[in-house]
Design a protein around this ligand. Structure first.
Ligand code: GLP
Length: 242
């Protein structure tokens, strides 16, 4: 894994946006795997700016998101579809019909998961997958467990994840307890992976990601086995590894 340490959140966001833009500049019809959470917000702002200034063109890009809460419609302001629309898609020249987020309201979740994986395969795989990281080492919503799943699947959120994500909701009781997430297989098959993290709160998990054992209890540690991962963090998140 290649580690890039940025001065602060702003620089981390700019470097990650540039890295993602390079993928699209080299392959205009790239398939981008996208992520939500607090961390990528400024990176998406930077990509919007680059798009408006004509430095990157998303007109031929397809995007496929990592995950979605079960039970929230795409219009719910905490759904990941809504997040993607408001933080990125509404402001760039991407064709919205080529942006995919799992359907958290699917009646048949198993079918939804199967079709999501088929879609990724039919698209020829993901050229570049963006990842954040949960404090407990989750990627997407692949939570620490005895076993990890290969494909897209339904998962129950751990208590610490529900607590961490409660900050976006009016109260902790409103946080969905289940999600549909791409599995570790889908993520690991991406040709390139960019993982971003910022702030002291992520320092311990970044140390585990880079130097810890490969274990299903730290799902992100699987990335150590991928041959094209760039970890872009700010100094605060890197404080235990530099
Ligand atoms: C969420 C998302 C992840 C994200 C992580 C970290 O639960 N499912 O994709 O990477 O938590 O979020 P944040 O960037 O807000 O720290």
């Amino acid at each position: 894994m290649k580690l890039v340490v940025a001065k602060d959140y702003e620089e981390m966001s700019k470097l990650a946006a540039q890295e993602m833009a390079n993928v699209v500049q080299n392959k205009p019809e790239a398939v981008l795997g996208l992520a939500t959470g607090g961390t990528p917000v400024a990176m998406y702002k930077e990509l919007i700016k680059m798009n408006k200034e004509g430095q990157v063109d998303f007109s031929k890009v397809t995007s496929i998101n990592l995950d979605e809460y079960v039970g929230l419609s795409g219009n719910h302001d905490q759904s990941y579809r809504y997040f993607m629309n408001t933080n990125l898609f509404n402001h760039i020249n991407i064709d919205k019909t080529k942006t995919f987020v799992p359907n958290g309201l699917a009646e048949d979740i198993e079918k939804e998961c199967k079709e999501y994986d088929e879609r990724i395969a039919n698209l020829g795989g993901i050229d570049c997958q963006l990842l954040g990281i949960g404090n407990n080492g989750h990627v997407g919503f692949n939570e620490p467990n005895e076993e990890l799943s290969l494909g897209t699947h339904l998962t129950s959120l751990k208590e610490d994840t529900i607590k961490a994500n409660a900050r976006f909701f009016n109260s902790i009781d409103e946080v969905p307890t289940q999600a549909v997430t791409m599995g570790l297989g889908g993520i690991m098959k991406a040709k390139k992976i960019i993982l971003i993290a910022s702030g002291e709160g992520k320092a311990e998990i970044i140390e585990k990601l880079l130097k810890g054992k490969i274990t299903t209890q730290v799902p992100a540690s699987m990335l150590q086995m991928h041959n094209n991962v760039v970890v872009i963090v700010d100094e605060a998140a890197a404080k235990l590894v530099i």
